[in-house]
Design a protein around this ligand. Structure first.
Ligand SMILES: NC(=O)c1ccc[n+]([C@@H]2O[C@H](COP(=O)([O-])OP(=O)(O)OC[C@H]3O[C@@H](n4cnc5c(N)ncnc54)[C@H](OP(=O)(O)O)[C@@H]3O)[C@@H](O)[C@H]2O)c1
Length: 252
């Protein structure tokens, strides 16, 4: 009997994940979308004619449900680790719960979902897309726990790229800049005369990620010019901190 082939997209009910799912589906594989909210997920599943799984991937039960779902799957040609949301509590609130929740969703869920999918990814010689962020390499004080967790995800994803190549699995670290989505509306940026041009939509973001995947890139930014921020953070951290303080005074 032919082995079942399944493309898995976490956070596939909305935004970047849903736009990626639309582009990645193909006739020789089934498609699975995973998210918490049942109604929005069911609507996405109906629109794409695919299967869905309601699971909170920041929880043990959610990871167990996805692991059970993947048990009979022989091949996973593509896994998209994308589930996420904003964590905006300021650092001076000293909120260890938010720090933990950010790490559990934005970093540990990637590690755990990839572990559950690993045998089938290897069997397919598949690809993993880790949706990280420019905030995975730049930290300006805005959404600090988010940035810290995305830094962890970025370091892990870069390491996985190297290790996974040895067994024929390709790993792409995708780093979007601001994308207007349900959890990240970017209203302030979109309302600004110049800065609104820095915000892209989920379709453009997904298109750029798929292009990077087709070229088997190790890492990409959406749009690519966001790489400048990463370089600036590395070579001029003092200037970046000054700019961040100024923007904080202006935008709060
Ligand atoms: N938009 C941006 O500006 C931007 C920039 C850089 C990186 N990113 C990253 O892109 C990814 C997708 O975000 P998006 O902008 O597309 O936002 P979005 O439209 O709100 O999508 C987030 C998706 O993740 C799901 N999700 C959230 N928490 C979850 C959990 N605990 N378990 C399972 N699924 C969960 C959401 O569904 P439920 O809420 O129903 O679970 C939804 O399907 C995130 O990792 C985000 O950090 C976004």
């Amino acid at each position: 009997m032919a082995q079942r082939s399944l493309i898995v997209v976490t956070g596939g009910s909305s935004g970047i994940g849903l736009a990626l799912a639309r582009r990645l589906r193909r006739p020789d594989a089934d498609l699975l979308l995973v998210a918490r909210g049942a109604d929005r997920l069911a609507a996405a599943g109906r629109a794409l004619g695919c299967e869905t799984l309601v699971a909170d991937l920041a929880s043990d039960t959610g990871i167990a449900a996805l692991t059970a779902h993947l048990a009979g799957v022989g091949r996973i040609p593509v896994l998209v680790n994308n589930a996420g949301g904003p964590f905006r509590t300021p650092l001076l609130a000293h909120d260890p719960d938010e720090a933990r929740e950010a790490i559990e969703l934005l970093y540990l869920a990637m590690v755990r979902v990839t572990a559950a999918a690993w045998p089938a990814l290897v069997a397919a010689g598949g690809s993993v897309i880790n949706v990280v962020s420019v905030a995975g390499t730049v930290s300006t004080g805005a959404s600090p726990h988010y940035a810290a967790a995305k830094h962890a995800a970025s370091a892990w994803s870069r390491g996985l790229h190297v290790e996974a190549a040895a067994v024929g699995v390709h790993v792409l670290t995708a780093n979007p800049g601001p994308v207007a989505t349900a959890a990240f509306p970017h209203e302030q940026l979109r309302g600004h005369r110049w800065l609104r041009h820095a915000v892209i939509d989920d379709e453009r973001c997904a298109e750029a990620i798929c292009r990077a995947l087709a070229r088997r890139r190790a890492e990409s930014f959406q749009p690519e010019w966001w790489r400048i921020a990463t370089v600036a953070q590395a070579v001029a951290p003092g200037t970046m901190a000054r700019l961040a303080r100024r923007s904080r005074e202006r935008f709060g």
